[in-house]
Design a protein around this ligand. Structure first.
Ligand SMILES: NC(=O)c1ccc[n+]([C@@H]2O[C@H](COP(=O)([O-])OP(=O)(O)OC[C@H]3O[C@@H](n4cnc5c(N)ncnc54)[C@H](OP(=O)(O)O)[C@@H]3O)[C@@H](O)[C@H]2O)c1
Length: 295
């Protein structure tokens, strides 16, 4: 199972040389999965990545390419489209932009209120049959939405990409506040964590360092959390972002952390989380340092 994925949502303003350096730094850190979406940079992120692959074709065999589709940028039309033709067309456009013959993993970016699971199934069958997509997943889906979709699919849903971090974890909060009247007791997760664990759907945590507007790392609005992150970083001889990633990796659901940094040095820092096992007490102290309470 993946522990880390490099997110490519923020690479739009990088040069091709910088993108190559980012790819190389991930490979050196043992990270070989790269996450895209057709809409990142309105297609520019995939184009840039494709240019990097063209400059060094040997990279293709060393990496796992993941992309997403289903969010429509043209607001004059509508917001989401999980119809057969839309999915198939979007994947072919991504293949062109990335300059590859195959996408290793395709994820449906968001549930479309008008989604017909049979239509998604047709798209997956066509793409799998053409040999242009190897495996499938979703993003921002609840467990029951995955179950509904899966009832029509021949392929397994392998991944669910969800916003999850030490400061944003309603799925974890709900689990420890079940049947309580407090805010944590509000079920915002609909049992998705349990569904994914039971059905071996790996949760990919997006925005693992994002707070309000910017990263919570070093943000004084999260003073207590940052103080503890610093103390633990000192103890384990790493950086605070390493500890925030280790907090996610400690969870027995085997989450994958999708880091969105554009800086090779931070990739190296984050990847060190695989060598750190926080104690139970440290894990809970970090949870509480975000201003939460436990029953
Ligand atoms: N499925 C979805 O709906 C969805 C939504 C959002 C994102 N995603 C995916 O998830 C990936 C990650 O999301 P994200 O970019 O929001 O995640 P993130 O890793 O939480 O945020 C990265 C941002 O935090 C900044 N940052 C500041 N201090 C940092 C530190 N000490 N360590 C690490 N980063 C620090 C980074 O700046 P620097 O670049 O300067 O380091 C970068 O701008 C995206 O690239 C995309 O692939 C998916």
């Amino acid at each position: 199972m993946d522990k880390f994925i490099q997110g490519c949502m923020r690479i739009k303003d990088m040069s091709v040389a910088q993108v190559r350096e980012l790819i190389e730094s991930n490979l050196q850190a043992g990270i070989n999965v790269f996450d895209h979406a057709d809409i990142y940079g309105s297609g520019e992120c995939e184009i840039l990545f494709g240019k990097a692959l063209k400059e060094d074709p040997s990279l293709r065999d060393k990496i796992v390419l993941q992309t997403k589709c289903g969010i429509v940028k043209d607001l004059s039309c509508h917001r989401y489209d999980n119809s057969t033709n839309y999915i198939v067309d979007s994947v072919h456009k991504s293949l062109n932009r990335l300059r590859v013959e195959k996408i290793d993993r395709l994820l449906i970016h968001r549930p479309d209120a008008l989604m017909n699971p049979d239509e998604v199934a047709k798209a997956f069958d066509r793409l799998y049959g053409e040999g242009v997509v190897d495996s499938f997943g979703v993003s921002n889906f609840s467990g029951s939405q995955i179950e509904l979709l899966s009832s029509s699919l021949r392929q397994k849903i392998e991944y669910n990409q969800i916003r999850l971090s030490i400061v944003h974890c309603p799925m974890i909060e709900n689990g420890v506040n079940y049947n309580r009247y407090n805010d944590g007791g509000v079920n915002r997760d609909a049992g998705t964590l349990e569904y994914c664990r039971l059905n071996k759907v790996q949760i990919q945590c997006y925005s693992p360092f994002k707070g309000r507007q910017k990263s919570f790392i070093g943000d004084l609005r999260y003073a207590k959390l940052n103080k503890l992150l610093k103390e633990l970083a000192f103890k384990y001889e790493v950086q605070p972002n390493t500890i925030a990633a280790a907090w996610l990796l400690k969870h027995p659901a085997n989450f994958a952390v999708i880091n969105g940094t554009t800086r090779p040095q931070r990739v190296e820092q984050i990847a060190k989380a695989k060598d750190i096992t926080l104690t139970r007490s440290e894990w809970y102290e970090l949870y509480l340092a975000c201003g939460r309470k436990l029953p």
